[in-house]
Design a protein around this ligand. Sequence first.
Ligand SMILES: [Zn+2]
Length: 335
Amino acid sequence: MSTCPACGNASTAKLFEVTADQASRSFVNPRQYPDRSRKLTGHLSLLWGRDTCDIRKCPDCGFGFADPFVAGGAEFYNLAAPHPSYPAMKWEYARTIEELRGLSTAGKTAIDVGAGFGYFLDLIKDNCFHASDIYAVDYNETAQLALQSKGYKTFSGDLREDDFIPMRGAFDIIFMFQVFEHMDRVDDVFARLKYLLKAQGSVFIAVPNEIRTYYMECHESLIDMPPNHIGRWTKEAFDSICRRHGLRLSICEREPFKLLKFLREDIVDSFLRRAEKPGSFCEFVRGLPRSKAQRIGQAVIALALSPLRLPAWTYAVGNRSTLGSALWVKIDKVS
Ligand SMILES: [Zn+2]
């Protein structure tokens, strides 16, 4: 399928392709976990129905997408990232709270799709919403236990399925942070968001900033690898899918660029990219048994290589107004 999933344009262009082996290496080091690495490579070939996956881009709305446009399921995540971690604070959390303060949220209901351990919900509980009005969705069992222990009404399962909270107009506010870029069947997702929202309800979505993604891929840092991330959303792509579903894209902002945060992430990410190359010294060190010495060794090498990043950093500073980490949107239901 090469039709744009965001706007329906049938003419999209191939940017590059990745192999199942290359994708597998980006998630699991084959020296450290040979068995898991082998299973993951085989699983990706099955998922894609071939040994490669293309990355394509729509010339109309700028949406970038994996082709086949198929998301990783439970088996993929169990192999690729069996112990996910979630940062406690993100720019999009603070930006959303700023927006919520301008709305009257007393007595309203909210649901966080892909809530992780509930760090965002902890920030809005008792000051924007009553705890009893907060719902959380996550398929990860450890995350579900954490959410339940905090008193949130917790669901697992797929937002798009008919047995998923079959309540039309159940929620005033829906949050989806760093989730939508993982999802296929995006029209079903938007149809469901509209169904679940009350009249005048809003959805807040944050995804990776696609300009930052292309910066990384063009400057020997990490590839935004399928089937973990399969969609590279743009303002125009959000606008298009909103219009097709009778929703309104009301705000779209990029995370501001913070130099120190950027440098820290760039040093780590460019080291990890080097460590994906079979037979490289970085791959050897990354594949050593996990220990404090191995972690220190990786940090020393990453820092020692950082002067090689100067041309990339010069480019980044020159384009800093576009290179924050996240793209954040507010979408409204208009009746
Ligand atoms: Zn498009």
